[in-house]
Design a protein around this ligand. Structure first.
Ligand code: CTP
Length: 399
């Protein structure tokens, strides 16, 4: 399906200062050709008047389940059926909790239960609230049920705090919703993603590793799954749960990762090399713990296979997306790596300024033989969705 144009979008607004941004979201959705109806919670009306949304959308705004006049015009079940997509923006901590519990104690929660349409939420709240285990638990429950989560962003908040919890900007939300309606973008496709670091044993208790958290690879796995793909994640040691619906194979070393990839690669349509694979491993890992018997110690290292390069040069192999972490000359090094590894697409980021490894945000320069696109700094999940949009365009062209 192409974008939000001609879709019936039910915009739910809950109580939070970010509600004022949803007026702009409503306007952008209409401009993009969607039909928009707004439902507000009681708390939302404390921040923005229903009249504001009514003026922007040209349709009556519903705030209560027990509104005889409105129920006579378009009853709540009818409204639930009308929606092709529901978007709750902002989604407050309270609303997420009620939704996670499956409550139906106001019009908007009732519609969430009564509608068969896809639901996206754009959380917005104070950063401490967002990071509270109760909110994160509700978030996981909603994600497991297939609710799409847009944002939040990190940054300065209305309350003066700085951190995660800011609602996505309306334009970014529109872009995300546009790609969400391409929910079947990768339907029927099999995707194999490597993620995380590898640990190369020195002895039974020590290893050579790196700072990769696996967040980007996991975000991509989640995004491909949402796009309808059958996703296999070959993951190095990380502390992240497998995204809902994603199959995961756990490995420790580059050789194990190589084996797991090549056992599965032949049925794969798209391969994403997102792991920070150790380029070298100790030549002779010791069976027993090494004792400190001398003043110095040398460890001899040997090269690991380059998994991405091997996949990219397979005859009739999958479409390949590689990553490159560079500390200097980003563009030249990325172009050189694209050619050297013969990948179809390369996503390069600079790790010179503390970005990339371990952080929640990142920026990417995506290149392919005939073009490039710069994806600005954003939350890794958002970045994964944007990267998938670029990949989908090129992949379809190559298919
Ligand atoms: N990669 C891989 N197997 C390896 C090393 C790297 O599959 N043994 C993949 C990574 O998953 C990533 C890409 O290759 O997609 C780029 O890795 P990077 O470390 O940036 O580049 P290198 O090829 O290792 O080159 P260099 O270290 O010289 O920059």
């Amino acid at each position: 399906m192409a974008g939000v144009a001609n879709q019936n979008i039910l915009l739910g607004v809950t109580g939070g200062i970010a509600a004022y941004k949803s007026v702009e979201l409503a306007r952008l959705l209409l401009k993009a050709g969607a039909r928009v109806r707004v439902v507000m919670t009681e708390a939302a009306t404390r921040f923005v008047s229903p009249l504001t949304f009514q003026a922007v959308t040209g349709s009556p705004v519903r705030c209560s389940l027990f509104d005889e006049e409105h129920e006579a015009a378009m009853g709540h079940i009818e409204l639930a059926r009308w929606a092709d997509q529901m978007v709750i923006a902002p989604a407050s901590a309270d609303f997420m909790a009620r939704m996670a519990l499956g409550l139906a104690n106001d019009l908007l929660t009732t519609l969430c239960l009564a509608s068969a349409s896809s639901i996206a939420i754009a959380p917005a709240m104070n950063q401490r609230m967002w990071q509270h285990p109760a909110v994160q638990h509700n978030l996981s429950l909603l994600e497991e049920r297939g609710v799409r989560v847009l944002g939040p962003e990190s940054g300065e908040q209305a309350c003066g705090d700085t951190g995660p919890g800011r609602m996505l900007e309306p334009a970014d939300m529109l872009a995300a919703l546009d790609s969400a309606s391409g929910a079947g973008l990768f339907a029927g496709k099999k995707v194999l993603i490597t993620a995380g670091p590898t640990h190369e044993a020195i002895d039974p208790v020590r290893f050579i590793g790196n700072r990769s958290s696996g967040k980007m690879g996991y975000a991509l796995a989640r995004a491909f799954r949402r796009g309808g793909a059958d996703v296999l994640l070959v993951s190095g040691p990380v502390s992240l749960p497998a995204p809902p619906g994603v199959n995961r194979v756990n490995v420790q070393t580059a050789l194990q990762m190589h084996k797991a990839v090549f056992e599965n690669i032949h049925s794969v349509d798209i391969f994403v090399g997102c792991a920070a694979v150790a380029d070298y491993r100790p030549e002779n890992p010791q069976q027993q713990k090494i004792k400190k018997l001398s003043d110095r110690m040398d460890i001899s290292l040997v090269r690991n296979p380059d998994i991405l390069a091997e996949v990219a040069t397979l005859e009739e192999g999958p479409y390949t997306l590689g990553f490159a972490a560079e500390t200097q000359n980003l563009v030249e090094n990325a172009r050189a790596k694209l050619l050297a590894k013969q990948v179809d697409m390369l996503a390069a980021n600079s790790v010179a300024d503390g970005m990339g490894f371990e952080s929640d945000e990142n920026t990417l320069l995506v290149i392919w033989p005939e073009g490039e696109k710069h994806l600005p700094v954003q939350d890794k999940q958002q970045l994964a969705e944007s990267l998938l949009g670029v990949l989908a365009d090129q992949y379809r062209r190559d298919e």
